[in-house]
Write a protein that binds this ligand. Structure first.
Ligand code: NAD
Length: 240
């Protein structure tokens, strides 16, 4: 695996790493990504996933939204893999200051990471659209069909649907961390979903590292590209 020694050396020297990741960080935990050949976009549904998980579809057809969401986007048994575990360890050791993620699965926190910017929200937070009461993931998974609050309102997951904007506070925090990072590691993301993908442009240093299974649009801007599965790459980093 090319580039591993260089990455190990840079990690040893760093004290302000930011990690920016996407769905590929959790595929080795058994959660499918969107754009790999076996990802969600290549599975058969009545509508493309991008349509189903849009705000307008959710409002028009909450039954179908929730059928897809509960079957294909929530994986209650998923456990953190080596990538999540190593990132949490680096934070504990004072090497890493933040994880910025497009994922909604909560696996970074499950591994012990504390400073996690969830750009697209989390399946673990759900709120009644009428009275704002909080519900856990377990609460909504235990309800058949469209989950409803005691007040009668529909419960909506706190995830950012297509057509919805990102939380500006979280985005600004992510920008600030990336701007001040001594090393930015980007992993498991196709970097095609905006505005999240534009975050890379805020990095000002000379240690931009990409760890991905396939090529990304920023490989040519990177100082180091490690091609491979991120869980395997991070396990190998720990072996040395
Ligand atoms: P994506 O599906 O567009 O791209 C995934 C990328 O990761 C691809 O480039 C793929 O080659 C790579 N990849 C897959 N497995 C990998 C591995 N083991 N190691 C290294 N690279 C790997 O994902 P995205 O860029 O995150 O964008 C999709 C959107 O879908 C995001 O906004 C995210 O919110 C959402 N999503 C989240 C989850 C989750 O929470 N786990 C799962 C699916 C989709």
């Amino acid at each position: 695996m090319g580039g591993l020694e260089q990455l190990r050396e840079w990690v040893e020297e760093s004290s302000n790493i930011v990690f920016f990741g996407g769905a590929g960080v959790s595929t080795e935990s058994g959660i499918p990504d969107f754009r790999s050949v076996d990802g969600l976009y290549n599975q058969q549904y009545d509508y493309p996933p991008e349509t189903i998980i849009s705000r307008s579809f959710y409002e028009k057809n909450p039954e179908e939204f929730y059928r897809f969401y509960k079957e294909r986007m929530v994986f209650t048994g998923a456990k953190p893999n080596a990538a999540h575990v190593v990132l949490a360890k680096w934070e504990e050791e004072g090497k890493l200051c933040a994880v910025v993620t497009q994922n909604i699965d909560g696996l970074h926190q499950a591994a012990g990471s504390r400073e996690v910017m969830e750009l697209h929200g989390s399946i673990h937070r759900n709120y009644c659209s009428r009275c704002r009461r909080f519900y856990s993931l377990e609460d909504i998974m235990a309800m058949d069909g469209v989950p409803r609050c005691e007040c009668g309102g529909i419960i909506k997951p706190d995830v950012v649907l297509y057509e919805e904007g990102l939380d500006q506070g979280i985005l600004q925090k992510a920008v600030s961390y990336i701007r001040h990072a001594d090393m930015l590691i980007i992993g498991g993301t196709s970097l095609v979903v905006y505005p999240a993908a534009g975050l890379v442009n805020y990095y000002q240093g000379h240690r931009l590292v990409i760890v991905n299974k396939t090529v990304t649009p920023v490989d040519n801007q990177a100082d180091l590209v490690v091609t491979g599965k991120i869980g395997e790459v991070f396990s190998k980093l720990m072996e040395g």
